[in-house]
Design a protein around this ligand. Structure first.
Ligand SMILES: NC(=O)c1ccc[n+]([C@@H]2O[C@H](COP(=O)([O-])OP(=O)(O)OC[C@H]3O[C@@H](n4cnc5c(N)ncnc54)[C@H](OP(=O)(O)O)[C@@H]3O)[C@@H](O)[C@H]2O)c1
Length: 304
């Protein structure tokens, strides 16, 4: 597919799956706004990618999803520089962090993985509408179903772990279920607008995401042969699901869906994947919860 003349935003484009997503888009001729919280790392990734592929362009911009002010500043820049946007890939994320809060006081994983992206998506809608047909791809996870025994559930009474004891996996599962419900709700809301929305599980991918659960060197060297045997894939392969959701023509008729090639789910059937996949987590099909999450997110980020 020739993507010359198309412009995409990829969050967390300096590392792992995001970096490979940028690389592939650029190799097909696209212009990509590589959004990252550490611009020096973004520039490093930019140089590395452009040394290997020719075709499109990369513009590095600062975006800290754990700060609503940073999200607003980034979005204003994009709206000014890019009146017509063809795709937004909400890829950045953190997993199983120690308890922490975003600049605005939200639990770190929910705030970064969901709320920051929620505000970003809302603010970029004018450019996405002008660029239609366009896409929003939200990188969720199979852990929206269950993360090491913790079922993905949106705890509306205590979204930020202020009343219950903090659990890093529970918080990750909640944030990734929020990603899936965000896509589901937005897909319906934007029906007929020319903007297609999808969420994906990229697979179990070797990346820095593991850093709060085990040292990255242990993953990359000591345990690598074992993990590879167990199914861990490389970032380039992990990027394929996002790219499919972003580019494949058939996704247009499946707006709001969740795509997963393979994953760790509560049922064997789901583990075999699905395009789209019916999540085995009943909470992922709860439209009332999706609607409520939209309302609460809107209020939380100051869009009510
Ligand atoms: N790897 C897997 O097995 C797997 C499985 C399921 C889902 N996923 C999802 O895939 C996505 C990409 O993860 P990855 O595996 O490629 O991990 P990664 O290499 O750690 O990449 C994560 C990216 O998110 C960025 N990020 C983190 N906090 C941010 C913030 N506050 N503001 C802006 N950017 C921020 C990171 O920036 P820094 O470089 O500055 O830290 C990095 O660029 C995540 O949403 C993750 O939940 C991954």
């Amino acid at each position: 597919m020739n993507l010359t003349g198309k412009t995409y935003v990829v969050t967390g484009g300096n590392s792992g799956i995001g970096k490979e997503t940028v690389k592939q888009l650029v190799s097909q001729g696209a212009s990509v706004i590589l959004a990252c919280r550490r611009p020096e790392e973004g520039e490093r990734a930019r140089a590395e990618i452009l040394a290997g592929v020719t075709g499109g362009k990369i513009q590095v911009e600062t975006l800290d999803l754990a700060s609503l002010e940073s999200v607003r500043t980034f979005a204003q820049k994009v709206l000014r520089s890019t009146p017509a946007l063809h795709g937004l890939v909400n890829n950045a994320g953190v997993m199983n962090t120690p308890f922490g809060k975003t600049r605005d006081g939200f639990e770190l994983q929910f705030g970064t993985n969901h709320l920051g992206h929620f505000l970003l998506t809302e603010l970029l809608l004018p450019s996405l509408k002008a660029g239609a047909p366009s896409r929003v791809v939200i990188v969720s996870s199979c852990f929206h179903d269950r993360a090491f025994g913790r079922e993905g559930r949106i705890d509306f009474e205590d979204l930020n772990f202020e009343k219950k004891k903090y659990d890093g996996w529970k918080a990750y599962a909640q944030s990734k279920l929020a990603n899936l419900l965000h896509a589901r709700h937005l897909g319906r809301k934007l029906a007929g607008s020319g903007i297609t929305v999808a969420s994906v599980h990229p697979g179990w991918v070797r990346s820095n995401l593991i850093q709060h659960s085990m040292p990255v060197w242990a993953q990359d060297y000591v345990l690598f042969p074992l993990l590879k045997l167990a199914g861990m894939i490389e970032p380039k392969d992990g990027a394929q699901s996002s790219l499919y959701a972003l580019l494949a023509p058939e996704v247009e008729s499946l707006s709001g869906s969740y795509f997963s090639q393979v994953g760790i789910y509560r049922t064997r059937e789901a583990a075999r994947g699905g395009w789209p996949l019916q999540s085995p987590n009943p909470n992922a099909h709860d439209d009332a919860a999706a609607e409520r999450l939209d309302r609460v997110s809107r209020q939380s980020v100051g869009l009510a």
